[in-house]
Design a protein around this ligand. Structure first.
Ligand SMILES: [Zn+2]
Length: 357
């Protein structure tokens, strides 16, 4: 997954013709990633983040729309902005993940030299956020107030109750495991509180923040992976994370699928596709409202039409198959080395900046 900024930028582009509510759009654009941020509170909801990335995403969307219809909400309701963001998450994830996996690598059991790729996937996503933001808006991450936007929808202290009810309906409608889960409601609330806390805590990363983080790493009170889940102040010019030079890369599952596309190319395609998918979902939604939403056959048909539009296949490899394929090919960028350079810069008092050396 690209990270929170790329997802919000794409959701914003996809809905530019409507009048979206920014807070719910920002939350929806994070899709199931909110559940991955549930790292502290128990019972955890991480398994639902994994499940939604694996299968059934379109069905969850359909069930959430059916929930909104049952409440009498039209697509113009703030919940509509949430759903639009949610749809765009899947499409951008599917488009960018093969590139991200290939260029960030992963630890392969038994291959010691790949151990250092742990958490580089998350790091590359943050680097793409920073580079994309500079490319399309000309600004640095600290001037893009993601948390400020998200917090108009909800914070760790003020959980958006309608979101909880809608997510409950979405998960329990789409997955048997969720229907049988007596603690589902608690998990959903925990996902929100931890995710909001994470976005708040990592929303503004300056020199002081980085020095404190590195000091904690050196004292062993935080794992080295902390550097992978924050936005560094810049991406050095010598690292082409967006593939603007159009170097050839390979789909991690198939050496026959090669591409020279840049992240900008893929991002633009994905946002256009999201725009069409959101419009189609909103049309089905409006028809459901007009038909009164009472007939069970109509309801099921509408949910499956939404599932088909958004896609129930996995968000990892972009292939329309039930399960993700097995990745084999990688050619990672020097990301662990970049983290070492950032650490050196922090020690020098340069606040993570690398341009001067
Ligand atoms: Zn994702």
């Amino acid at each position: 997954m690209p990270s929170q900024i790329a997802h919000l930028l794409c959701a914003t582009t996809s809905t530019s013709s409507g009048a979206p509510s920014r807070g719910p759009l920002a939350a929806g654009a994070q899709g199931p990633d909110l559940f991955y941020h549930n790292q502290r509170r128990r019972p955890t909801s991480i398994q639902y983040g994994t499940l939604m990335h694996r299968r059934g995403y379109g069905s969850v969307t359909g069930e959430m729309v059916a929930y909104a219809v049952a409440q009498g909400h039209a697509p113009s309701h703030p919940i509509g902005s949430y759903i639009a963001g949610f749809v765009s998450h899947a499409i951008l994830d599917r488009r960018l993940h093969p590139y991200i996996n290939y260029r960030s690598g992963w630890p392969v059991p038994g291959r010691e030299e790949t151990r250092r790729y742990r958490s580089m996937h998350a790091f590359l996503e943050r680097l793409i956020d920073v580079a994309l933001l500079k490319e399309v808006r000309g600004i640095a991450p600290n001037t893009y107030d993601f948390y400020g936007t998200l917090s108009t929808f909800g914070t760790a202290e003020s959980i958006p109750t309608e979101w909880v009810a809608m997510m409950y309906a979405g998960l329990s409608g789409a997955y048997e495991r969720a229907r049988d889960d007596a603690r589902l409601l608690e998990r959903i609330r925990n996902a929100w509180m931890d995710a909001a806390g994470y976005y708040q805590f990592t929303g503004h990363v300056d020199g002081e923040y980085l020095e404190a983080g590195l000091a904690r790493e050196e004292h062993g009170t935080v794992r080295p992976g902390w550097l992978s889940i924050i936005h560094p102040p810049e991406v050095p010019e010598d690292l082409d994370v967006l593939n603007l030079q159009h170097a050839e890369w390979t789909h991690p599952c198939s050496s026959k699928r090669r591409s020279t596309e840049s992240v900008i190319d893929m991002f633009s395609d994905a946002c256009e596709e999201s725009s069409r998918a959101c419009a189609a979902v909103f049309n089905i939604w409006t028809e459901m409202l007009e038909s009164g939403g009472n007939c069970e056959t109509d309801r099921s048909a509408a949910i499956s039409a939404i599932a088909t539009t958004v896609g129930d296949h996995n968000l990892s490899d972009g292939r329309p198959r039930k399960r993700p394929c097995r990745p084999r090919h990688m050619d990672p960028l020097p990301l662990p080395e970049l983290q070492d350079r950032i650490r050196d810069s922090i020690r020098r008092g340069d606040g993570g900046l690398l341009s001067s050396g």
